[in-house]
Design a protein around this ligand. Structure first.
Ligand code: NDP
Length: 453
């Protein structure tokens, strides 16, 4: 059987065994086809049935989360933890609380996490988890009750040398605090079982900033390799959560101008540059929608979601040099990619996980735009989580500058690994292929060395 036939067989197998898991299929299709140059070069991967094994999680845990709301009603949500691959280290990956969460979404995120974690060069396996719980509109007490109920089951499956969850959409410092408190109560031990912790109780400085900062460091490395720089560039950013805010902060630091941000209700276009202090106040302190930004700045434009074009998102209609999709999966469509190219965009740098649809990605790869895949460009968050684990293990806390320097080096190494691997396989600058092959090779070689497990 040829490598291509084997890839097609595995994709059929995924469709049969995971019906309706569209995002998981999309992520698998992208990774598996991009591995063809490696598979054709080295027969060990097919001989050891690595593809068939790597697309199946080592363990999938689905559980009921029942909690009591403020009016005394019992509410029930679904909880998930997909422990995908532990070939190179304990499972590591975030928890997402969002009403759209289902098994297919958690599997796509967990699958991507395997290769992302391998790319960091650190000893961490891939996992992801979460719940279809919607934190929006819930009181602080309800969030705490939910987190405690969620951890009451999850604690049985995690541990500092086994599986170390972190945050993702809808899970930030507050939720990590409630989850950690409940874990400690149930286990009777203080251990670094979660990352993204508060600075007073084992958290790492610069963890909050790491994904956004890392995304900008990655973009700078890619631009430098193309005799260009981020300085002086106009940047469109989507999202207004953790990744987007710290992408915007680092863009200013590096002399670029971020001119947009968005949330699930609308987009802000501020031609003179997003005012970071207002954005942080609205999103991090007051937890408001972005419409509140227009009350503070009358020279900005607000495009509500109802006014979005049919197939495309307002944020990608804004002329920019670089696009940083930093909100959620499949938020940048084919029409958006065409618009970005027409507007002169030179680089799409994924801060979110799989924000680009399959059709848009194909178009971008055939165009002259540069493209940084999320599993490389947004790996700064998980890399810094691993630095948090190292600090916990040695009972140390490093300074912000120390962590930031390590983050910068890790992002440069990730870029070099993806870029050099793309050169090795004759597609210089195709970082989708470079990142996928480099991440896969490390995990697959480890699986081969560990035998049929
Ligand atoms: P947050 O919850 O902090 O922010 C998410 C942002 O995206 C919010 O502005 C939210 O708007 C917006 N958003 C979410 N869903 C949608 C949607 N369906 N349509 C439009 N906007 C939406 O999450 P993060 O910033 O942490 O994560 C953003 C992305 O980055 C995700 O893909 C995540 O997996 C990825 N990532 C995050 C890492 C981290 O360290 N946090 C690490 C690596 C990747 P609203 O508030 O209105 O819902």
């Amino acid at each position: 059987m040829s490598s291509r036939e084997e890839v097609e067989r595995i994709l059929e197998y995924i469709q049969e065994c995971s019906p309706g898991q569209n995002e998981f299929y999309q992520a698998s299709e992208e990774v598996l086809f991009s591995l063809l140059p490696l598979l054709e070069n080295d027969s060990r991967y097919l001989n050891n049935n690595i593809l068939e094994r790597i697309v199946v999680p080592e363990r999938t845990i689905i559980f009921r989360v029942s909690w009591i709301n403020d009016t005394g009603e019992i509410k029930t949500n679904l909880g998930y933890r997909v422990q995908f691959n532990s070939a190179i280290g304990p499972y590591k990956g975030g928890l997402r609380f969002h009403p759209s969460v289902n098994l297919g979404i958690i599997k796509f995120l967990g699958f991507e996490q395997i290769f992302k974690n391998a790319l960091t060069g650190l000893p961490i396996g891939g996992a992801k988890g979460g719940s279809n719980f919607d934190p929006k509109g819930k009181s602080d007490n309800e969030i705490m009750k939910f987190c405690q109920a969620f951890m009451s089951e999850l604690y049985k499956h995690i541990g500092k040398n086994k599986d170390v969850p972190a945050g993702d959409i809808g899970v930030s410092a507050r939720e990590i605090g409630y989850l950690f408190g409940q874990y400690k109560r149930l286990r009777g031990e203080f251990e670094g079982v979660l990352t993204g912790k508060g600075l007073n109780w084992g958290g790492s400085k610069a963890r909050k900033e790491a994904t956004g900062y890392g995304s900008v460091y990655f973009a700078e490395n890619f631009l430098n390799a193309n005799n260009n720089t981020i300085k002086g560039k106009t940047c469109a950013v989507s999202g207004s959560g953790n990744v987007a805010i710290y992408t915007i902060e680092k863009l200013y630091d590096m002399g670029a101008t971020p001119i947009s941000c968005s949330d699930s209700r609308g987009t802000i276009y501020h031609k003179n540059g997003i005012v970071l202090s207002s954005l942080k106040e609205i999103k991090e302190v007051n937890h408001e929608t972005l419409e509140a930004y227009t009350l503070l700045h009358d020279d900005c434009e607000y495009i509500a979601i109802k006014d979005y074009p049919e197939d495309g998102h307002a944020v990608w209609q804004i002329p920019c040099d670089i696009a940083f999709p930093s909100a959620t999966q499949n938020e940048l469509t084919l029409n958006d990619a065409k618009q970005l190219l027409q507007n002169g965009c030179i680089l799409i740098n994924e801060g979110a996980n799989m924000p680009t649809t399959a059709e848009a990605l194909k178009f971008i790869q055939e165009s002259k735009m540069l493209f940084s895949p999320g599993k490389a460009a947004n790996a700064g968050g998980v890399a810094t989580s691993q630095l948090e684990m190292s600090q916990n293990a040695s009972m140390e806390q490093w300074s912000f500058e120390e962590v930031d320097i390590k983050l910068r080096t890790i992002m440069q190494d990730i870029f070099n690994t993806a870029y050099n691997t793309s050169k090795e396989f004759g597609c210089k600058g195709d970082l989708v292929t470079g990142a996928n092959i480099a991440g896969f090779r490390k995990v697959a070689d480890s699986m081969i060395e560990q035998g049929a497990i």
